[in-house]
Design a protein around this ligand. Sequence first.
Ligand code: SN0
Length: 316
Amino acid sequence: MKNFLSVEDVKDVQKLLKKAFKIKKNPFEHAHLGKNKTIGLVFMNPSTRTRLSTQRAANNLGLNVMVMNMDKEGWALETQEGIVMNQNTVEHIKDAAAVMGRYCEIIGIRSFPKLVDKQEDYSEDFFQKFIKYAKVPIVSLESATLHPLQSFADLITIEEYKTKERPKVVLSWAPHIKPLPQAVANSFSEWMQKADVDFIITHPQGYELDKKYTGATPVIHNQEKALKNADFIYVKNWSSYAEYGKVLSLDGGWMLTNEKLKITNNAKVMHCLPVRRNIELSDEVLDSEHSLVVEQAENRIYACQTVLKEILQKNF
Ligand code: SN0
């Protein structure tokens, strides 16, 4: 693996999954692989699970970790080419990325979309420039459009908890008070299409995701119909892609409740966290046996460790 930005960077998802289970069973098998090597984690936005699980994964491989909260402690970065920097940005990404590439063997980056200009966000300009100038492998810690380490952890979790060969997995939109990225939903859709599952998406009209990521996945606007016989329900809010970055619905009827779980196949409920309780998901579901949110979060370590190990071993 040169970079890990999307499921497209993975040659064989099933093989990678097997490697993740091996690592989970024996997390310190490669404790010296990262000796004398350093991973830098660059955050342009907040993070809890991604930050901690990546540090833990790196530690398990013997890597040194440097964390840069660029949004709070770094110089404001300019991304435009040829610009006269007489405004608020202090340093050009080409200079900052080039320097970080000399300090680190691997760099992880989190950079959310601004949710104003679709073209700008979906071009992944920030990541592309970092790759170009840092010249070391780049791992996405959530980009404007995708969150592959989350999706890989989600796949590991589904594999662990499935009770049949080919479970039904439903991505169900949930309400939220503010506009959120489409990244988690885009990414989950990409990974589910490479998994041995029956995958469908349910959301209100106007919340269609970019077809580039959902492909031929069926979309049902009636949530109740979609949830019928579901084995896994992945709950997530995202803002509109068509009316870019807008909140089109605040309909509380889309929140998952125990009542709605009755029509499922005793479904397990997933969410990447952080979750707005009693807006996206009810307490009764989150605090019940149905919830897998903590298990998912734990698997973030093994998803990340598998990817870092592959990069260190130059296995891609
Ligand atoms: C991010 C998102 O992409 O939806 C990160 C998820 C891993 N979530 C948020 O920004 C939640 C913010 C909030 O106010 O609830």
